[in-house]
Design a protein around this ligand. Structure first.
Ligand code: SF4
Length: 102
């Protein structure tokens, strides 16, 4: 069966979960609200403005605050090289990536 690739957006233009996408590989995170929402939870998105980044990360943290596996997610973040929003906490934010010299 082919995977559905339709992208859905919320009223504010951010992606919304696609229920057909399976839960994350870690069985503790089954039911994660972020499933299918990459890159909403990433540290950086190329060419994103500071305002858009702030709004996006706040939205991700809002979703985490209502996620039933938040506690397990925070534990999982300690076991991985976590980057981005995990359990409502931003990991790996070492400043905006520098442009490579030409
Ligand atoms: S707490 Fe946040 S990052 Fe963790 S599984 Fe839930 S929605 Fe995803």
């Amino acid at each position: 069966m082919a995977t559905q690739t339709v992208k859905r957006r919320s009223r504010d233009g951010l992606p919304v979960p696609v229920p057909e996408i399976p839960a994350l590989a870690d069985p503790r995170l089954h039911g994660a609200r972020c499933a299918g929402m990459a890159p909403t939870f990433d540290v950086w998105i190329p060419n994103e403005s500071d305002d858009d980044r702030r709004d996006r990360l706040a939205y991700a943290q809002h979703l985490c605050s209502r996620c039933t596996v938040r506690v397990a997610c925070r534990q999982a973040a300690t076991e991985h090289d976590a980057s981005g929003i995990w359990g409502g906490v931003l990991h790996g934010d070492a400043g905006r990536p520098k442009r490579e010299a030409a």
